[in-house]
Write a protein that binds this ligand. Sequence first.
Ligand code: THU
Length: 138
Amino acid sequence: MKESELIALALQAREKAYTPYSHFKVGAALLTKSGNVYTGCNIENAAYTPSNCAERTAFFKAVSEGEREFAAIAIVGGAENATELGYCAPCGVCRQVMMEFCDYDSFQVILAAKENEYQVYTLREILPMGFGPKNLQA
Ligand code: THU
């Protein structure tokens, strides 16, 4: 799948964001190695801490459907009244969730402003010295 197609799905997912508190809407589209896509949006809560980021929504949807192998994630985000989007970097908690399931050097984190305007990072680049499942092996 082309980057632009994954970004288009993330932009669609962003429309579903439930953000009555921050008014900051994020969408994500997570591509599995087998070619399936799971989308997610951020979902906030009146008690604040139960809020979930778009990226983790996508990961948890995918893992709960049996997926464990991921190739890339496209992320789009910005204020709900923004006319143009900037790049929305994933929070530390979402990076840690990526660390659990994704290859450090091949998983692609696509930060997009538009379908044809994006930057691609590896997980290693956005989470140096990450702690993951391999650290727990004897
Ligand atoms: N948020 C995401 O969903 N993903 C990110 O990459 C950054 C932040 C959400 C959390 C909260 O609902 C809102 O954006 C403002 O922080």
